[in-house]
Design a binder for this molecule. Structure first.
Ligand SMILES: CC(C)(COP(=O)(O)OP(=O)(O)OC[C@H]1O[C@@H](n2cnc3c(N)ncnc32)[C@H](O)[C@@H]1OP(=O)(O)O)[C@@H](O)C(=O)NCCC(=O)NCCS
Length: 210
């Protein structure tokens, strides 16, 4: 199976909401997604799709990218961003997003369809979001995660996030605390080197799975 990512479109929102309903206790309204998707200066949202065949590729070359990591390493696992409106029938199996505030990219959401977890889709999405953060010129990435959410914390730790604080009773559904995690220096050469190494390993895994 091929898993690939592409920009989220408004028509993707119902499928995204289905995954969200199985992943989070307090889902967003469709209008919240629409507002985020329309704020193209600050917000970036991605969907992951599953397909038995390689994803559709654009006919034009990809536009220049600040980091270019993802297109170099994951060419076969990305629909070309030059054709974001290409209709694809491959089902949506995950999604994620971030917004930029000054030089900080904040991951607002990330989730994978429960039936597709542990296949690298969360990792693919996180890689996509890190790439978007570079493209937006972010210096750091932050996010909140439930203290009980071991799976997500492990994903973030793998990609170099560290715990930098706690937000007491952050989640209104059960009063759970959030850990604040961040990658403090995206442009640090040591971090880029670590990211590249992780991406090479991950690319090999995706190829094996495909
Ligand atoms: C967190 C989530 C997005 C991970 O997606 P996924 O596709 O299952 O994760 P991947 O298969 O890409 O795993 C990547 C890494 O994450 C960690 N991980 C993911 N699931 C894990 C689990 N159940 N137990 C332990 N580690 C886990 C591992 O480090 C893994 O790397 P490895 O495969 O080398 O061990 C998914 O569990 C999910 O949607 N959870 C519900 C929504 C959510 O909690 N989102 C995060 C909000 S902060």
């Amino acid at each position: 199976m091929y898993y690939f990512i592409e920009p989220m479109k408004e028509e993707d929102i119902p499928a995204v909401q289905q995954i969200e309903a199985q992943s989070f206790p307090i889902p967003w309204a469709a209008s919240t997604y629409r507002r985020e998707l329309r704020d193209t200066q600050r917000c970036r949202y991605l969907v992951a799709r599953a397909s038995p065949a390689p994803p559709p590729q654009g006919t034009s070359p990809a536009p220049p990218r600040r980091s270019g990591f993802l297109s170099q390493l994951f060419g076969a696992f990305m629909a070309q961003p030059v054709q974001p409106n290409v209709a694809t029938s491959a089902p949506i199996v995950g999604y994620g997003g971030l917004w930029l505030s000054a030089d900080e990219a904040h991951v607002t959401t990330i989730a994978v369809d429960p039936a597709y977890r542990r296949r690298g889709i969360g990792e693919l999405l996180l890689n996509g979001l890190i790439d978007q953060a570079y493209e937006l010129g972010a210096r750091m990435i932050t996010l909140e995660v439930r203290v009980s959410n071991d799976a997500a914390q492990r994903l973030y730790l793998k990609y170099g996030f560290t715990v930098v604080g706690t937000r007491r009773r952050y989640y209104t559904d059960n009063g759970e605390d959030a850990l604040l995690m961040s990658i403090e220096a995206l442009n640090d050469p040591a971090y880029r080197q670590r990211l590249n190494a992780l991406r090479r390993q991950f690319y090999a895994r995706l190829q094996r799975q495909a």
